[in-house]
Each structure stands twice: as C-alpha cells, then as structure tokens.
Design a protein around this ligand. Structure first.
Ligand code: SF4
Length: 269
C-alpha cells in the first residue's frame, strides 16, 4: 500500500464493540486476541457475552459541543465478539438503527457466523444499507468453502472477506470470477504465544487472483511469523507487522474504502 492510501484509511479506522465476549467456533479462533487480551488484563469470563456500558452507543455519542464524536470514520464493528452471536440478539436491532442513522460513517461488520445473518437483518435492510459492508473471516480453505458461499447469498451493497489470521493456503479461484466479493484483506496471526506462521506464497496467490478478477486486495499485516523465500522471520511488534506488510506494497485498490477525507479533523485522532 502506498503511503498516501495508508494515511487515508488507517488513521480513520476505529473499532466499535457494542458487546464483549464470544465462543470459539473454528481454527481461526484458537488464539483469539480478545481472549488473549482479557487474560493479559486479568479479566475473567471472556466466553460470556455482555453489553458494553461505554461503547454500545458509540456511533451516536456526542462531544460537549453537541457534535458526534465519530466523524469521517471506517467503523470496524464487533472486534471483541461476533456481531451475529446468539446472545446479542436482543441488542442488535438498536445497533442497526444507529448504523442507519449515521449514514456518513462506513461500517464494516465482520463475522464467523454468516449462517445467522439473514435471520438477523433489520426489516428495512432491502438490498443492504449503503454504508454497511458485510464481511466474513476465512482463515483457511475449509472456512472459505463454508462461509464465503453463504455471504454471497446475502443482499449487501459491499461484501468483503478477511483471510485472517491466515493459517493455510486458500484457493479463491472458484468464487472470485463469479463476482460479488469487493475486497479481500489478508493478515497473519499476531498473538504473543503459539502464533501460526504466514507463508508469503499464500499471500501472493490470493493477490494474484484478486488482481485477475479486479477485487481489492489489502495485506494488513505479516503476523508474528512470516515465511518468505524459505526463511522464517519473527516480527514481535504488531505495528511493525503492519508497517512491513505495507512497505512490501502489495495492495491493489479497486475503489477507496472510504469517501474522500473531509476538511475537519475528528477529535479522536
Ligand atoms: S469468532 Fe472472533 S471474537 Fe469470537 S472467538 Fe472467534 S476470533 Fe474470537
């Protein structure tokens, strides 16, 4: 990714975690960073889903001057849980209303439970809210084969796939030529203990298919262990993992993920 694109997207990206806690569902969950973070901070009960007291209404929170705190942001939704987890069914409708109200923000909803999406959409979803991107994570071929076809059956203005943490080769050539996927993000596993390596060849193969089919490709981070040209590199710092991936300049942007930057600066950044 060139520096200008990096500076346009990532400083404007923010996580919104309306609820916290989750249950592991697949190999990609093995080293879930939410479980790891809770353990490091001594917070028990990561597998109990609770509504956030401070973040639930983040998109409509205002500052002292009465302006929304979030402005001009890409809002990654439910990064410390799963947006479609059953325990959150009673709270989700309210979050849809907030997304509908804040059409100026771009929301990215990521899930490992795409089989629940259709039953959890709001009544006025139609062909999809214009400011909501639906995405699944697919850490390996098995997850890709299971989740991506389901995502394609769901009406949405934009659909993305997070191949993260990538733990094996993923053949995307069966699905990308059919259309319907707008962007693929690849990331390695960055947990502190037991991280599985990212093979540069796997990343290149996915990129090649994205370019061939004109699908946005972004390599978000190398993960802690990167295998490249037969050599295993260990990159401890998470920020360095992101910078290293960006510096290799692999990204292929078909269209910007956010509207052009406005002239004002968000107070959060
Ligand atoms: S679905 Fe996501 S948040 Fe839930 S356990 Fe798996 S990786 Fe963690």
């Amino acid at each position: 990714m060139d520096y200008e694109t990096y500076m346009d997207i990532f400083p404007r990206t923010i996580s919104w975690n309306p609820w916290h806690g989750c249950r592991k569902v697949s190999r990609g969950c093995l080293n879930c960073y939410m479980f790891e973070g809770d353990k490091r901070r001594g917070i028990p009960g990561s597998n109990v889903v609770t509504k956030s007291k401070t973040q639930f209404d983040l998109p409509i929170q205002k500052d002292r001057s009465g302006k929304y705190r979030l402005r001009d942001n890409l809002v990654l939704t439910s990064m410390t849980s799963d947006f479609f987890i059953e325990e959150a069914d009673e709270w989700r409708d309210e979050t849809w209303k907030m997304m509908s109200k804040r059409k100026d923000l771009t929301f990215e909803i990521l899930t490992k439970r795409p089989h629940r999406i259709m039953d959890c959409l709001p009544d006025d979803w139609g062909d999809g809210y214009p400011n909501v991107r639906l995405s699944v994570s697919a850490e390996d071929q098995e997850a890709w084969d299971e989740r991506v076809p389901i995502l394609l059956t769901i009406p949405a203005v934009k659909r993305d796939v997070y191949v993260a943490p990538i733990i094996g080769p993923v053949d995307t050539s069966d699905i990308l030529p059919r259309g319907g996927i707008d962007a693929i993000y690849v990331g390695g596993e960055y947990c502190s203990e037991g991280a599985r390596h990212c093979d540069f060849e796997w990343v290149c193969a996915i990129r090649e298919e994205c370019v061939r089919n004109n699908v946005t490709f972004i390599w978000r981070n190398t993960g802690k262990y990167l295998l490249k040209n037969g050599e295993m590199f260990c990159i401890d710092s998470i920020s360095e993992q992101g910078k290293l991936a960006a510096s290799i300049d692999m990204d292929y942007i078909v269209e910007p993920l956010l509207p052009p930057r406005r002239t004002f600066q968000s107070r959060l950044f």
